[in-house]
Write a protein that binds this ligand. Structure first.
Ligand SMILES: [Zn+2]
Length: 174
């Protein structure tokens, strides 16, 4: 066993960098940092690494995978004692997706979410699909139509470009 004293600041930086490389299971082009899911990385005085995440879509099955991936990646980076904490408040919104994240989505042919609709009070129960201004990630045309409110995953809607005829996913605003 070595007796080298680890600098907690650089250790924390190293842990943060490792945590930031973990990607979203459903949208693997995005890291948890791009998504805004990774809220905090902290090192306790006892040497435990505490990672705080906020789930995206409630009941998203990807959360368990994210937690496992974070723990695995950090163990791999040499952090033996890792706790992943989930914080529900404030609730995650697609507004938290970074500019980098939106650019990466578009580069992968996925239409990034527009501004989230902020509601006060209870969410109205409605069967009407929200109207969005969605432009085609392939050709940029605003002439698009909704094919299905549920695409490859529940968090995406399926659209089609009327001009270039390409189907594409749109990340729903929440
Ligand atoms: Zn198009």
């Amino acid at each position: 066993m070595t007796t080298s004293v680890l600098d907690p600041t650089s250790e924390l930086e190293r842990a943060t960098r490792a945590a930031e490389t973990v990607t979203d299971p459903e949208m693997p082009m995005l890291t948890l940092r791009d998504l805004g899911v990774l809220r905090d990385v902290a090192l306790t005085s006892g040497g435990q690494l505490v990672v705080t995440i906020t789930p995206t879509y409630s009941g998203c099955p990807a959360m368990a995978t994210m937690r496992d991936d974070l723990t695995y990646r950090l163990r791999e980076a040499g952090f033996g004692d890792v706790a992943v904490r989930t914080v529900l408040e404030p609730a995650w919104s697609t507004d938290w997706i970074t500019e980098d994240g939106r650019r990466k989505l578009a580069e992968h042919g996925i239409s990034p979410p527009g501004p989230a609709v902020h509601r006060e009070g209870p969410v109205p129960l409605t069967l009407v699909v929200p109207r969005r201004q969605v432009s085609c990630p392939q050709c940029g045309s605003a002439n698009t139509e909704l094919t299905s409110e549920f695409g490859a995953t529940a968090c995406k809607a399926l659209y089609r470009c009327v001009d270039c005829r390409e189907p594409f996913d749109h990340v729903k605003e929440i």
